[in-house]
Write a protein that binds this ligand. Structure first.
Ligand SMILES: Cc1cc2nc3c(=O)[nH]c(=O)nc-3n(C[C@H](O)[C@H](O)[C@H](O)COP(=O)(O)OP(=O)(O)OC[C@H]3O[C@@H](n4cnc5c(N)ncnc54)[C@H](O)[C@@H]3O)c2cc1C
Length: 476
């Protein structure tokens, strides 16, 4: 009787799960395991939103596995050590897992591979988190794409893998010790957030709803934060409640039935899935972006902050900057663990270009706050906004929060939803800095800075740094 282990990492589903499917074909008995890691003690990225969604999704996974005859084993500790012990306890001869695109996941995989080799355990890693991963999308010369548009063209030109079936039956040997399913309190966290319903079924339903309607007007609506014009699938992709192959296939299926405008919108939506994979392949090839600016020109930049506002970072985190669009976005994230993409760009630019604070501070705060916190996309989004990343907004293209409001929230619907203090003020007062510099409503702060002044400072900081770099001979 061949026993094999499937290690669940960021792939909490039984449909179209590449490694799980391979494991179930390979052994007569399958031991599904999730290992709670002790990441929280090592960095400040673990937050309530993501852990709450993780707990709910693991509960759903455990039920789904039970429904097909399996049993999810929960352990806690160092993954390599736990897997080694589980294999020894159960006599399992193979470990299956899906690859993790981030550097931490890769480091564990390398250690696990070495342990398995030493113990004579078969170890197999599978592609699952991406449609195309690592080296699959290359330039004609075989090099890595550093710019999105040609990457995206090459991505779309490759043949696409089809989603695989659901696992229908599993046998997990009896008597294997397991901890209870994790709860938020296991990480010393608590939450009052309203995060989306977790689990594979809920994620599939979100995808179904999105392709049944909003996808056909995605292009027009995706930038308006008050509209539900986007898919809200980011946390599902993050935890593998659905696969990107399922998303691609679902979009392609409806695309065939849409009029030309709708088809364009579906392509626009799929281009966002490509951004996700673009950032994942960049992180794979350039893991140094975790610490450093992708563009070497901007390495060593000074982010001096704004001296006139010593609590600027706290105000930004709490949504108390006096810039309604920025504050609405930060409060949306605090309440739901999710922030609209347009709002992510506005708040990230505000932190880096108006408050002159290091993008790494914002990156970490987002990681701690978001349900969909994804190392590659978050780093990519932050470096894009700071002007330091791959194919980033050039440093001199600085978004003005007031113009962004006029363009994307002209009626103040988004702002009023998240800032109750501003529910009764006129639209006009949300679209311009108050001329007298006074608060626009009681209980809501006056803007903490003048955007045009800080914009000029940013231009100065960046051009000074560039000049210093060229003196040192470090040309872009
Ligand atoms: C500063 C900043 C930080 C970000 N941090 C994250 C993060 O931690 N996790 C995350 O998943 N996305 C992040 N994004 C990208 C984007 O904002 C979210 O993916 C999107 O808002 C999620 O909503 P949705 O699922 O409705 O997106 P949709 O518009 O419906 O897009 C579909 C899917 O495509 C992917 N996607 C969309 N936009 C992007 C993008 N710009 N970059 C990479 N992937 C994208 C996501 O997986 C998303 O679920 C960040 C963007 C910025 C500017």
């Amino acid at each position: 009787m061949k026993r094999v282990i499937h290690w669940f990492r960021r792939d909490f589903r039984i449909t179209d799960n590449t490694a799980l499917a391979a494991a179930s074909l390979s052994g007569e008995e399958l031991i599904p395991i999730y290992i709670m890691s002790d990441w929280r003690s090592q960095h400040g990225w673990t937050g309530a939103a993501r852990q709450e969604f993780l707990c709910g999704s693991l509960t759903a996974l455990a039920k789904n596995l039970e429904a097909i005859g399996g049993r999810l084993i929960i352990r806690k500790g160092d993954a390599v050590r736990e897997l080694e012990m589980l294999a020894a306890e159960t006599g399992a001869s193979a470990i299956f897992a899906n690859r993790d695109p981030d550097p931490f996941g890769r480091a564990v995989e390398a250690r696990l591979g070495a342990m398995a080799k030493a113990k004579g355990i078969e170890f197999s890693l599978h592609k699952d988190a991406c449609v195309h991963e690592r080296d699959e999308v290359r330039t004609g010369q075989g090099t890595v794409f550093r710019v999105f548009t040609p990457y995206s063209k090459a991505w779309f030109n490759l043949p696409k893998p089809l989603p695989g079936p659901s696992i229908k039956k599993l046998v997990t040997p009896a008597g294997i010790a397991s901890l209870p399913l994790p709860q938020l309190s296991d990480w010393g966290l608590s939450s009052l957030l309203s995060t989306p319903e977790p689990g594979e079924r809920a994620a599939r339903e979100r995808l179904k709803q999105f392709v049944a309607g909003p996808i056909s007007s995605y292009g027009e609506n995706r930038d308006i934060p008050s509209l539900g014009g986007t898919s809200h699938l980011s946390q599902d992709l993050r935890f593998g409640l659905i696969s990107p192959r399922q998303v691609y296939a679902a979009a392609k299926k409806v695309e065939a039935e849409l009029p030309p405008e709708g088809r364009k919108n579906s392509m626009k939506f799929l281009a966002e899935i490509v951004w996700r994979e673009f950032y994942m392949q960049l992180l794979w090839h350039y893991p140094e972006v975790m610490d450093l600016e992708f563009n070497p020109t901007w390495r060593g930049m000074n982010w001096p902050g704004i001296t006139a506002v010593p609590d600027a970072f706290e105000r930004w985190c709490e949504g108390r900057t006096g810039f309604p669009i920025v504050d609405a976005a930060m409060r949306q994230m605090a309440a739901t663990g999710w922030m609209h993409n347009r709002a992510r760009m506005i708040t990230a630019m505000f932190l880096t270009k108006d408050l002159h604070l290091d993008w790494r501070l914002g990156e970490a705060f987002f990681m701690r706050s978001l349900t969909d916190g994804e190392i590659a996309s978050n780093n990519g989004g932050w470096q894009w906004s700071a002007g330091t990343g791959a194919d980033a907004a050039p440093y001199f293209r600085i978004q003005n929060p007031w113009s962004q409001t006029k363009r994307y929230d002209p009626d103040g619907l988004y702002i009023r939803k998240w800032i109750p203090e501003l529910r009764n003020v006129s639209n006009a007062s949300l679209l311009e800095a108050p001329a007298n510099g006074l608060p626009i409503a009681s209980g809501y702060p006056a803007p903490i800075l003048d955007h045009s002044v800080e914009r000029n400072r940013t231009m100065q900081y960046f051009s000074q740094h560039k000049a210093q770099q060229s003196v040192k001979g470090l040309k872009p």
